[in-house]
Design a protein around this ligand. Structure first.
Ligand SMILES: C[C@H](Cc1ccc(C(C)(C)C)cc1)[C@H](NN)c1nnnn1Cc1ccc2c(c1)OCO2
Length: 331
């Protein structure tokens, strides 16, 4: 089997996150979910939520699905690195993404979500595409959509073709040669942290020399920005007129009309360049002439994160073989 579905920016001005339409249950209920390779819970806004916590999201109503079955006495609770959180109970139901169906997919129904989720009215939940070891369901942890679908797939892969301020795609079970140029460079993945963890071979700022240095980080479709060690940030923002690290805004900011260099990172011998337009991320507040950078420091996270700002500069193959690998290509 294979599947292909759109990755749609939730906001027309800034790529905060991308949502993908999915069908759950019988008759199918369509929700728009944030596919997140940096977590492993599939959870949705549901009919179990208090109305006060719903602000325009589409909810999943298991009672209206003839194929929904409560997973009795199972619960889940997750807190994300940005402080967002949700918790609830668990059903199994049919789950379809771009024509690819998994029967008996664990669909975690929210009974409570944090205000950050309530405020994001275009996101109806998350689909974790990390390793199932990170799933929070107790007493028995559940498999991700990818782990459930893998045995039925033509190839045990999914690919991310995210785009700057426009609609991209997630493909499942096949690699679409038309979506990239040149060759795909694969590097090993360390699955023990539970994320798609790999080592980049170094970086360059603008047209400067490439600095060969190992950067261990995760490929995370569910994170908007790129978070890297402070030394790399200093090297980058030193080249940006008026750039400062702002305590007020919690990161590097600069005048929106400053000229930004591009940022290149290494995948083995290959090089992926993030255009400067992706790094001038957004005004700090609507209409401000101060902009927040798409590259930020990872020092407070304890992990380097290649989020959407980096991923949308490439075609990325998440290969779930034995052992898993991750592939990067220009496009
Ligand atoms: C934050 C997302 C998970 C999420 C996605 C969307 C949302 C909103 C809908 C409300 C917009 C909240 C949360 C990320 N996913 N792998 C994640 N989940 N757990 N760790 N990370 C990565 C990390 C960790 C720390 C950080 C960060 C990132 O941004 C700022 O500080």
């Amino acid at each position: 089997d294979t599947g292909s579905a759109a990755a749609i920016p939730v906001n027309p001005n800034y790529d905060i996150a991308y949502v993908t339409p999915v069908s759950i249950g019988t008759p199918p209920q369509t929700l728009h979910l944030d596919f997140d390779t940096g977590s492993s819970d599939l959870w949705v806004f549901s009919s179990h939520l208090p109305a006060s916590q719903i602000r325009g999201q589409t909810i999943y109503v298991p009672a209206n699905s003839s194929t929904a079955k409560l997973l009795a006495d199972h619960t889940w609770s997750i807190t994300y690195g940005d402080g967002s959180a949700s918790r609830g109970n668990v059903y199994v139901d049919n789950f379809t993404v771009g024509g690819l169906t998994v029967e008996n997919q664990a669909v975690q129904c929210a009974l409570q979500v944090s205000t950050s989720f309530t405020r994001e009215s275009n996101i109806d939940g998350l689909v974790g595409l990390g390793f199932s070891t990170l799933n929070t369901v107790v007493p028995k942890s559940q498999l991700t959509f990818f782990d459930n679908a893998k045995p039925h797939m033509d190839e045990p892969v999914f690919t991310a073709d995210l785009k700057w301020k426009s609609e991209g795609t997630y493909d499942f079970g096949f690699i679409d040669e038309k979506k990239y140029t040149g060759k795909i460079t694969y590097v090993p993945v360390n699955t023990s942290p539970g994320y798609w963890t790999f080592t980049s071979s170094g970086y360059a700022v603008g047209s400067g020399n490439f600095s060969a240095t190992s950067i261990v980080g995760i490929a995370d479709t569910g994170t908007s920005l790129v978070y890297l060690p402070p030394s790399i940030l200093t090297a980058y923002y030193r080249q940006v007129e008026g750039a400062t690290s702002s305590r007020t805004y919690g990161g590097y900011v600069f005048p929106c009309n400053s000229k930004l260099p591009s940022f290149t990172f290494g995948i083995g011998e290959a090089r992926i360049t993030i255009p400067s337009s992706y790094i001038s991320y957004a005004p700090v507040t609507a209409g401000s002439s101060t902009c927040f950078g798409g590259l930020q420091s990872s020092s407070s996270l304890g992990i380097n994160i290649w989020g959407d700002v980096a991923l949308k500069a490439a075609f990325v193959v998440f290969h779930g073989g034995n052992p898993p690998t991750i592939g990067w290509a220009k496009k």
